[in-house]
Write a protein that binds this ligand. Structure first.
Ligand SMILES: [Zn+2]
Length: 195
């Protein structure tokens, strides 16, 4: 297929691939939900093939860097036998944070497609724009929000159940990792507000 220069045309030419990639990322996010992790999933595709897939494992591994994107990048690099992921696309259900957006630039990945925005920590246009920073030596194309409703609903489901649990387990106040916004409906985790 000849390279398409117009971003919208390019997006539509790859729509089926984007849907497949995000569906795999959503499967990973559902798995994260089933093991009590914040439901974020990711996958890396190259030439229509899935190179890797991963979900957030921060609690399981007790590792602040165990975000879905970082694990998926490591697995993808292992699978191609090189750290450079030129030509590849990352699909992730939540807008990447600064660490993950930085890792995407370092991996020289072509593009990232994210599901729903993270207004508190998103580094692909929400609180900052790491992939679009012109001072960096590599630009990552950003597409999103894409298949937003499904991605957002999973996160909402998780935080609804956390709030319920928080009320049961910690009747006097917020749990160790989760507080309720005073007077609001949102839950906060690590200072992020999810409603
Ligand atoms: Zn991250």
């Amino acid at each position: 297929m000849a390279p398409v220069e117009d971003p919208m045309e390019r997006f539509h030419a790859r729509l089926d691939e984007h849907r497949l990639g995000m569906s795999v990322a959503l499967e990973e996010a559902r798995h994260a939900l089933s093991i009590g992790e914040v439901p974020v999933g990711a996958c890396v595709m190259l030439d229509g093939e899935i190179l890797s897939r991963a979900c957030n494992l921060r609690e399981t591994l007790r590792d602040p860097t165990a975000h879905a994107e970082i694990i998926a990048l490591r697995r993808a690099a292992f699978s191609v036998g090189a750290w450079r992921l030129t030509g590849a696309t990352m699909y992730v259900t939540l807008e990447p944070c600064a660490m993950c957006a930085g890792a995407l630039v370092l991996a020289r990945i072509d593009r990232v497609v994210f599901g729903t925005r993270d207004p508190k920590a998103g580094a692909c246009g929400s609180v900052m724009d790491v992939p679009g920073n012109r001072s960096l030596n590599h630009r990552v194309e950003v597409i999103g929000p894409f298949m937003e409703e499904e991605c957002r609903e999973l996160l909402q489901e998780f935080f609804r159940s956390m709030r319920k649990e928080s009320r049961t387990t910690y009747p006097e106040g917020p749990g160790p990792a989760l507080g309720r916004e005073p007077g609001g409906d949102g839950a906060t985790v690590d200072g992020n507000v999810y409603v």
